[in-house]
Design a binder for this molecule. Sequence first.
Ligand code: IPE
Ligand code: IPE
Ligand code: MG
Length: 261
Amino acid sequence: MSPILSEKDKQVRLSYLEEHGLSADRLPRHIALIMDGNGRWAQRQGLPRIEGHRRGVQAVRDTIEESIRLGIEQITLYCLSSENWKRPQPELDFLMHLLEQYMIEQRQLIMDQEIKVQVIGKRQGITGQALKEMDRTVEMSKENTKLTLCLAINYGSRAEIVDAVKSIAASYKNGNISLDQIDENLLADRLYTAKMPDPDLLIRTAGEMRVSNYLLWQISYSEFWVTEACWPEFNKELYHQAIDEYAQRHRRFGGLDQRDG
Ligand code: IPE
Ligand code: IPE
Ligand code: MG
């Protein structure tokens, strides 16, 4: 669902885009972000790793605000991977605390900014308190239309695909679907991201050139953009740079585009 904007808001958005040299008709609809490098950023400042996570929340807030200003339809943030449980317990405890705190402290702002929060991933392992606050924010914000903020929490793409396959197998076994009905659309509908558009742009911070089990199905044709900056350093200028480079890419989806001559 595209953001629903008043005429005045549309004008404000267009002049903002113009002012920053961004073209409204070449903006990504959906941006997925791998927020990496919190620990490295903290260590470079001589701080414990958890301080990097804490500072990362500020970058999340700024990224959300800028996405709204630009009129982006959806952003999906990689907050915790299913492999991150390998981290030391105190760091995991802190991440759970941060998640719970975020859901409480940002709830009013989320409502004021008309953000719809959705969560993808497995609930298992997330503390009861964090789940409770998360569910409350999701429920409260479900009618909002300005920006979809999808949070990938305890998310792993391979596990997501396995879950989708199991759900299709169960439907087949019950006789609800036939073999011929199993196609790409059906599988996409059984993923946690059912009904969401695929990401147009995937941003990763901290210089890593890998996807780390993120949205493997959904990013088949996403454009990648990687910065050396760590997540706590991610800012409006870098965000604009990513979007600007995206706008200049030739997306071919396996075919040819007009510029190929
Ligand atoms: C990303 O930063 C946040 C999470 C994975 C929770 P990291 O914690 O991975 O930071 P680095 O990559 O170790 O610097
Ligand atoms: C990916 O970052 C997960 C999140 C950003 C939440 P990691 O730091 O876990 O990825 P690897 O281990 O470097 O591949
Ligand atoms: Mg990392």
